[in-house]
Design a protein around this ligand. Structure first.
Ligand SMILES: Cc1cc2nc3c(=O)[nH]c(=O)nc-3n(C[C@H](O)[C@H](O)[C@H](O)COP(=O)(O)OP(=O)(O)OC[C@H]3O[C@@H](n4cnc5c(N)ncnc54)[C@H](O)[C@@H]3O)c2cc1C
Length: 491
């Protein structure tokens, strides 16, 4: 941990035309786009010793495994930039005569995709079915019908009510006003009471946003379901693309599709200031333990806003700094467990995604799922969103726990659905994301703060991060990078 006051003073300087700060998906997407448009003399500086940010991954002798982002659903074919990227990445292998993508079978999540441990049994799919009443089933049907309406709904501007990227959704108030209320209030207004339906919807909010029904905006809650409109000759909107290393695969593809020059790790940006000819960025090299300044004509800042509020102190007026209090981030704990064997209870055998009804976690993913050799030894990636009233308090609580504390929590959840698993665990690595993902609280997505934080400064400094979309997914980070790159190119 470095404190800015204790960092050494800069002793040298370098120059570039465009500087990209950060090395996650949005940053790599920006670099790829700029280079595709013929831009050169670009530097990218990342503070960690690796690229990828929340799409980072690890590897051991059994498998590669994700530390964060692990899948994307098939994208909407109208998202041309993303479709082009997937084609270039050979995730899409071709198109049929109607222009529908053909997906590489190797990257489509193999069956069986997901299962739920409920009422003592592993059932197929995550929507509760085993042992639930007719009345609950009817509520699921009613919810599905409501989502179908929102999926095809359009605004008076001709735009979809719900789409990805978020910013391409209609501006019509009839839909946007759903952002003013919580998902819980929306569901109450629609008279949904089934405990199984409410559990399932909360599981979805936890899975995508790290938040619960009360703390998620209704617009965001609906968006999760209604914005998925992907198509493929060999898949549909519910189909998922995944890799053992999760979205680390897509991260590496972004890197491969741009020049390998100008990429620098271990470079922590700690200050940004304006000059007449451009911007001065102070950087601390965490390996060489020295500071230097980068003089750049333009910059794209892809750090999350909780970092930017410190970096921009000298650049924006104090009252504007206020907007950053509206950016709340859900903390997450991820564990990668190498197991010799997974003892099973009744029902469907191991799937890619395995969810346990009524627990705190959103379950675990089998990193070896795409492997054709079905060995007993596996790496499973366990996802625990830390949902609480205050994200700050939850984050502090998380930091106060040590490895053994987390291990106990994680193993006891797994023991519930896999009695005896403890004896088969070979190794466990645990990672805490203090600010894992932006939480779309009511009034955040269509509120002022999100829009203002993304506004360029002096036509020299541009912004890209998935938190500026209000929804933390690959597609948004990818879009944010291209959006900022286009702003740079437009000068
Ligand atoms: C637990 C978890 C699970 C997820 N699962 C999925 C999933 O399955 N599918 C999905 O699509 N998305 C998922 N996501 C969302 C994921 O965050 C996005 O898909 C995407 O990786 C975000 O990219 P980004 O560029 O917006 O941000 P980041 O990943 O936050 O990238 C920002 C980068 O900037 C760097 N940086 C920050 N400050 C500085 C500084 N001062 N100097 C230099 N560098 C700096 C950071 O180190 C980081 O590399 C998940 C996220 C989490 C936390």
């Amino acid at each position: 941990m470095h404190h800015i006051e204790t960092l050494p003073k800069p002793t040298r300087s370098i120059e570039t035309d465009t500087l990209i700060i950060g090395g996650g998906i949005s940053a790599l997407s920006a670099k790829r786009w700029l280079e595709k448009q013929g831009q050169r003399n670009i530097l990218l500086v990342e503070m960690d010793d690796h690229f990828g940010g929340n799409s980072h991954f690890g590897k051991n002798s059994v498998s590669a495994y994700p530390w964060g982002a692990h899948y994307i659903p098939l994208p909407d074919i109208r998202n041309i930039e993303l479709i082009d990227f997937l084609y270039e990445s050979k995730v899409i292998t071709g198109f049929d005569s109607l222009g529908i993508p053909v997906y590489n079978e190797y990257y489509l999540c193999q069956d069986p995709e997901e299962r739920l441990f409920i009422n003592g049994l592993w059932q197929e799919g995550v929507i509760p079915e085993a042992g639930i009443h007719q009345k609950d089933k009817e509520e699921f049907k009613k919810f599905a019908a409501l989502i179908n309406y929102y999926k095809s709904a359009k605004g008076t501007d001709g735009k979809d009510a719900f789409t990805i990227p978020v910013d391409k959704s209609t501006t019509d108030d009839i839909f946007r006003k759903l952002d003013k209320i919580s998902f819980k209030t929306f569901l109450d207004n629609e008279a949904f009471t089934s405990k199984y339906l409410l559990w399932y919807l909360e599981y979805c909010c936890k899975d995508d946003y790290g938040s619960n029904l009360e703390s998620t905006s209704a617009w965001a809650g609906i968006h999760y379901f209604a914005a998925r409109k992907g198509k493929g000759t060999n898949g549909n909107s519910g189909t998922i693309l995944t890799w053992p290393q999760g979205n680390g695969f897509l991260m590496e593809q972004l890197k491969l599709q741009s020049s390998q020059s100008g990429l620098m790790c271990n470079q922590l940006v700690y200050n940004i200031s304006n000059t007449n000819s451009g911007i001065d960025v102070s950087v601390y090299d965490t390996q060489k333990q020295e500071s230097y300044v980068i003089h750049t004509k333009k910059a794209i800042l892809t750090a999350p806003q909780y970092v930017n509020k410190h970096l921009l102190k000298n650049l924006i007026p104090e009252d504007k700094l206020n907007i950053y209090k509206d950016f709340e981030y859900a903390p997450w704990v991820i564990a990668n467990l190498t197991v010799n064997k997974l003892p099973q209870l009744r029902g469907l055998p191991l799937c890619w995604d395995n969810v346990i009804y009524g627990t705190q976690s959103v379950g675990y993913v089998n990193a070896n799922h795409q492997d054709l050799a079905n060995s007993l030894k596996k790496v499973i990636t366990f996802y625990l969103p830390l949902v609480g009233k205050s994200t700050d308090a939850t984050r502090k609580n998380a930091q106060a726990k040590n490895y053994e504390d987390w291990l106990k929590i994680i193993v006891s959840e797994l023991e519930y659905a896999h009695p005896g698993i403890s004896t088969f665990i070979e190794h466990v690595d645990i990672w805490i994301w203090g600010h894992g993902m932006i939480a779309p609280r009511p009034d955040f997505i269509w509120g002022q703060s999100r829009r203002m934080a993304g506004e360029p400064i002096n036509n020299k400094l541009f912004f890209a991060h998935s938190d500026l979309s209000g929804i933390s997914i690959f597609e948004e980070a990818f879009y944010q990078g291209i959006k900022a790159a286009k702003q740079v190119l437009a000068i």
